[in-house]
Each structure stands twice: as structure tokens, then as C-alpha cells.
Ligand binder design. Structure first.
Ligand code: TRP
Length: 454
């Protein structure tokens, strides 16, 4: 019978603060700094931002609480956690599928995440070499175009990124991760503030703020609502078991609600700061806000190329971005690796190597999507775009619906109340309404619309 007084066989966080930092490390990554700004640009700015913030508050926070709660009660890899909780609450063993589904989604996401992680590696080298100095918008576009245009370069950096990810995973997540995130996440935050400071000097800062925050509902479409919701799941790392597995290492004394809110607020602040740094640069250099995945890499080098100490700051920025990506990538693959250990009795090293190899191979599809396969489209999307759509826009929200239904309807009220252990009755009731009704219904409505049911 599960009880959170037990510990996970994989260990436990040393404190509430390390859990918050580790989960923040998983949440803050390329999703905030690379993906959020470019999606905002594609979807026309403020309306997307507003829907995104709404999704984080009304769906993201209660979903995160649900995942941490399930993880802490089950204390195992998501598949086995769901099995144990299904037994505890007299639910069908079919609920284990949530775990399998999420574990698989994590591998799919990492396969492309690693290619973009490779871009940050490549850009560290560009920065150290002084290739940003004096760069204008055109120069930055050319630099990026040449970089992604070369399939060998793409596979090379992707390989490097996979190696460093799997190395940490093989050594065990908690030993390496705790120290890294405690100092480096705050450092990244400070550097983003420096970039926002630079954006203020471009003369286009107000235009950037206006673009991000003055609501313009003419830009709102079903697609942008769907994408904003998917991005909320992606950025908070929800819907696939990452947070469940990190929750399984959480000490019993930690307040789940407080920690979830702190993580969501921090994650959202990082995304908004990235937007506030990038859009003024876009407008000042007559770049295209809807440029897509290249946006970050075509704007930020211009800022560093034209500020004092830019080579140093630029290098530091991409190093910190790399670390943010790294802590996220580890969390994407941890469920698959612990599953192999629990199910097939593998050692951590064996599990990391097998899972890493499979994910690495799949990543070639994304590495080639920006060069030799850029014209090879299915549903008018490249391999990368299909993978991203499948995971962020379909699999994560679907996983989220099932997690919400399980936490709200299948888990008994006594159990969830005991595990969340909230001081305020009202707080618990709000959570329960959000997780039982609002989250599953809202997400279903958006998904059904997206697949063309109405
Ligand atoms: N949230 C991370 C980012 O914004 C990516 C990530 C890590 C993730 N773990 C996840 C996304 C689990 C979805 C599910 O970069």
C-alpha cells in the first residue's frame, strides 16, 4: 500500500528548496527562452501571451499539484506509481498506460530538444570566437542559416548534447543536479535582466512591451489558443510524468501547493523576460517576429555583438542556456531510464546507454529538418514540426487530461486531501474543482477543436 512516509528507491531530495530548484530546473529551459518567444511571434503577440498566462494559472498550477501529489504517493517511476495508486484506489490497472505514454513522450521530445540543445553548444563556440561582434540583423540570419544548413554540424552538436545528458543521467540525477541548479538558475535570471537592460537602450522597448502585453484579440484563433495551451504544458513540463518522478523524491513535509505555485511563477517570469529582451531587438533591427525557431538565434547575437563586453556576456548567456537545457533534458529522459531499471533490472548505466542510443537516432530526423530534409514534409510540416506538434499539442494535453481525471475522480478524496495536506480548506476545494472539472473539460474542448471534431 503506497504511503508517502516511504522513500523512493532512487533517493530523496535533501530539502523542500532543492525540490523547488530541481523542478524549476526541469521547467525552465529552451521552452522558455527559445520556444516561448518564437511561438509568441508566430501567433501575433499579446493575445497569445494572455492565453498562455491563463493556461498556466488555471490549468498548469493545479495539474502540477496533481502530478507532484501522485508522484509522492507512489514513490516510483510513473508506470509503477500509477500501478500502485490504481491498486490503492481500486481503479483499473489500465491507468498504468499514463506512465508508458508519458515515458515515450519524453523520449520523443528529447530527440528534438537535443538538437536545439546542440544549437546552444554551437553558439557558445560562435560567441567565444567573437563571431557576434558588430553583427546586424542580416549578419545574424546568415550566421544561423549557415549553421543549421550543414547536416554534419547539426548531427555533431546533437551528439555532443546527448552525450552530456546521458552522462549525468547515468550517474544519477540527484547528486549532480542539486548543486548545479541552486546557483545557475539564479545566474541565468540575472543575465536575462541584463539583456532586458540592453533592450531598453534600443529605442524599441515600449514597442516590444506593447506587442507582448497590450491585448489585441484580433490575433486570436483556435490554433493560437491550442498552441498556447500546449506551450503551457511544455514549459511547465506537465503531462508526461517528469513532475511525477521529481515528486516521488519529495519529502513528506513539503507543501505541494506552495512549491507548485513558486515553480510556475518563476517559469513564467523567465519566459516573459526572454520575450521582453527579444522583441525590442526584433523591431529595432527590422527582423521578422514570426521568423520561427530561428528567432532567438537571430536576435540575441545582435544584442551581444553591439554591447560592451558582448563576447563575455554572450558566451555566459549561451553557457547558462545550455545548462538550463541540460537540466530539462535530464528530466525528459529520467522516466524512461528509471523504468528500464525497475522493469528490466538494468543498471543505471545500461539503461542510460540504451535509451540514449534510441533517442539519439530519432534525433537525426530533427537535425535534418533544417537542411537536407527541409522540403520533406508530411501534413505540410517537417519532421521536427510534426514531432513538436504531436508531443506538445497532442500527447502532453492528452496525458494531462488522464492525470487530472485520475487525481480528481479516481483517487479518493481522503487520499488526495491527506497527500496535499493544505492548510486552507478553501484552497483544497478550489484545486478539486479545477482538477475535476475545469482542467479536463477545457483541455478536451481545445483538443477536440484542434482535431476538427467541431
Ligand atoms: N519544460 C522544459 C522547457 O521548457 C522542457 C521539458 C522538460 C519538458 N521536461 C519536460 C516538456 C516534460 C514537457 C514534458 O524547456
Amino acid at each position: 500500500m503506497p504511503s508517502s512516509d516511504q522513500q523512493s528507491i532512487h533517493g530523496q531530495w535533501s530539502s523542500r528548496w532543492t525540490f523547488i530548484m530541481a523542478a524549476t530546473g526541469a521547467a525552465v529551459g529552451l521552452g522558455n527562452i527559445w520556444k516561448f518567444p518564437y511561438l509568441t511571434g508566430i501567433h501575433g503577440g499579446s493575445a497569445f501571451v494572455l492565453i498562455y498566462i491563463l493556461c498556466v494559472a488555471a490549468l498548469g498550477i493545479p495539474m502540477m499539484m496533481a502530478e507532484v501529489m501522485l508522484g509522492r504517493r507512489g514513490r516510483q517511476t510513473p508506470v509503477n506509481t500509477m500501478r500502485a495508486l490504481a491498486a490503492e484506489n481500486n481503479a483499473s490497472q489500465g491507468w498504468q498506460l499514463i506512465g508508458w505514454f508519458g515515458t515515450f513522450a519524453g523520449m520523443l521530445i528529447l530527440s528534438y530538444y537535443s538538437v536545439i540543445g546542440g544549437w546552444t553548444l554551437g553558439y557558445i563556440l560562435h560567441s567565444v570566437s567573437g563571431n557576434f561582434s558588430g553583427l546586424n540583423g542580416n549578419g545574424a540570419s546568415t550566421l544561423f542559416g549557415d549553421f543549421v544548413g550543414n547536416p554534419f554540424v547539426q548531427v555533431g552538436w546533437h551528439t555532443m548534447f546527448m552525450i552530456i545528458t546521458m552522462y549525468i543521467v547515468a550517474r544519477g540525477v540527484k547528486s549532480g543536479l542539486e548543486k548545479a541548479v541552486t546557483y545557475l538558475m539564479p545566474a541565468l535570471f540575472v543575465l536575462l535582466l541584463v539583456l532586458v537592460g540592453y533592450a531598453m537602450t534600443t529605442g524599441y522597448f515600449m514597442k516590444g512591451l506593447d506587442y507582448l502585453f497590450t491585448p489585441d484579440f484580433s490575433q486570436l484563433t483556435g490554433t493560437s489558443i491550442h498552441t498556447a495551451m500546449g506551450q503551457a504544458f511544455f514549459s511547465l513540463s506537465l503531462g508526461m510524468g517528469t513532475i511525477m518522478i521529481y515528486g516521488s523524491y519529495v519529502p513528506k513535509s513539503t507543501s505541494i501547493a506552495g512549491a507548485s505555485i513558486a515553480i510556475a511563477v518563476f517559469d513564467t517570469m523567465v519566459a516573459l523576460l526572454a520575450g521582453m529582451a527579444i522583441f525590442p531587438i526584433v523591431f529595432a533591427n527590422a527582423l521578422e517576429p514570426g521568423a520561427g525557431p530561428s528567432l532567438l538565434f537571430e536576435t540575441i547575437p545582435v544584442a551581444f555583438g553591439n554591447m560592451a563586453g558582448g563576447t563575455l556576456f554572450g558566451t555566459l548567456f549561451f553557457v547558462l542556456l545550455l545548462i538550463a537545457a541540460w537540466t530539462s533534458s535530464i528530466s525528459l529522459i529520467e522516466p524512461a531510464v528509471t523504468l528500464m531499471i525497475e522493469k528490466f533490472n538494468m543498471t543505471r548505466w545500461q539503461a542510460a546507454i540504451w535509451i540514449g542510443l534510441a533517442t539519439w537516432l530519432l534525433g537525426f530526423g530533427t537535425a535534418f529538418s533544417f537542411n537536407i530534409w527541409s522540403e520533406a514534409t508530411v501534413f505540410e510540416m517537417t519532421f521536427f514540426e510534426n514531432l513538436d506538434y504531436l508531443t506538445s499539442n497532442l500527447m502532453l494535453p492528452l496525458g494531462g487530461i488522464f492525470i487530472a481525471v485520475f487525481a480528481g475522480w479516481l483517487m479518493t478524496k481522503d487520499n488526495s486531501q491527506d497527500e496535499l495536506d493544505m492548510k486552507s480548506e478553501v484552497g483544497y476545494s478550489i484545486w478539486r474543482i479545477l482538477i475535476r472539472f475545469i482542467a479536463p473539460i477545457a483541455v478536451s474542448i481545445v483538443l477536440l477543436h484542434a482535431i476538427g471534431v467541431y
